[in-house]
Design a protein around this ligand. Sequence first.
Ligand SMILES: Nc1nc2c(c(=O)[nH]1)N[C@H]1C(S)=C(S)[C@@H](COP(=O)(O)OP(=O)(O)OC[C@H]3O[C@@H](n4cnc5c(N)ncnc54)[C@H](O)[C@@H]3O)O[C@H]1N2
Ligand code: MOO
Length: 401
Amino acid sequence: MTGFLTDVDRPRSGAAPDPARDCPWQTARALARRAAGAPLPAQGVDLAARFARTLAEPLAAVADLPGFDTSAMDGWAVAGPGPWRPAGRLLAGAAPQPLADGTAVEIATGAQLPPGATGVLRREHGRSDGGLLYGTVTPGQDVRPRGQECRSGEPLLPAGTRVTPAVLGLAAAAGHDRLTVHRRPTVELLLLGDELLESGVPGPGLVRDALGPLLPPWLAAAGAEITGRRRIGADPGRRHEAVRQSTADLVVTTGGTAAGPADFLHGTLDAVGARLLVDGVAVRPGHPMLLAALPGGRHLVGLPGNPLAAAAGTLTLALPLLDALSGRPRPAPRTEPAAADLPGHPADTRLAPVVRTGHGVAALPFDGPAMLRGIARAEALAVVPPGGVPAGAPVELLEAP
Ligand SMILES: Nc1nc2c(c(=O)[nH]1)N[C@H]1C(S)=C(S)[C@@H](COP(=O)(O)OP(=O)(O)OC[C@H]3O[C@@H](n4cnc5c(N)ncnc54)[C@H](O)[C@@H]3O)O[C@H]1N2
Ligand code: MOO
């Protein structure tokens, strides 16, 4: 097991490099990121609903924010020391007239402050008596001055930022109609297995396809464009053709990874001239997962058929590859303390569904490779190193689907 990284990095003369076999979990993730090479090219897209993309350029403000001195409260804009003689009303969107000392104008939150105003007296702090307005206002009180949040041209977010709903809102507020983002990686999903039912109640010998529903929304939320989803049966020719003809940046297969009577996938990879980069990972569940380079610079991630093992393969290989293709930096590991001992595998990393409690994360039951009952309740998956994590010690967490 040791030394495989060197094998991957340094091909022997003339020979294709050996794939990393049973490689440590962290190394598998690093190899998946590295396999992507450069991020996909940049493209300009309309702002509307460009969710889950990644900025290919820094986002800079096109205007000052706010663009004018703004009232932060409902009340009166006042000029000079009080009391003030109030006259008129300013609503958001109105163009204000200059305000002379000793006068006030009723003003709404968000309205432009009149030139000459000292500050804003909140409605609940003002007192009217004999046609005059009384209260105390310090200079600049309850005013959002022009450029308080940013100046035009100021960088707001770096390249590599994931476009969240909040980023869309900020981009619009700062004057953008379009964003420069990386092209989305395309993903085709091939579900291997004759026993899979696409609808209805599973019966003897038949199981409902759980991964067809589970994977597309998860991968789409990670920035992928799902271009196809097909169930492929036992015919090897159809399988080879499906992989060979796919134009997706990433082909994700499910099932057929283990060296059993139906070890479909290695045969298909041979047939299409793929090069294995990762052939098994020292992780439970999910150890037969694999990553291969397809001809033409595309990739294939082979997820095990057991559904929790497939989720482990998604976290280990598919998401890091998609992140790198999308131009996102490696996320900083997040850790939280374990609420109780998290048992480990003697030699492999374990990915365990957990929930947060008041005193740390706790493992959920029903975490077998074929089970989804644990992960469906999970707030995260804990990365439990070989040997386990004692109560109170920090454990790395991955986002649950
Ligand atoms: N001799 C060996 N047998 C197995 C090994 C091994 O190393 N040597 N590894 C075991 C481990 S660990 C896993 S994980 C599984 C991996 O299985 P495969 O990737 O080969 O998948 P299949 O055999 O096709 O299916 C396994 C299991 O999952 C069910 N399945 C498949 N697809 C779906 C789906 N889309 N939705 C729900 N369930 C699905 C399938 O019906 C099987 O029950 O291999 C072990 N065996
Ligand atoms: O990798 Mo398998 O998921 O242990 O059952």
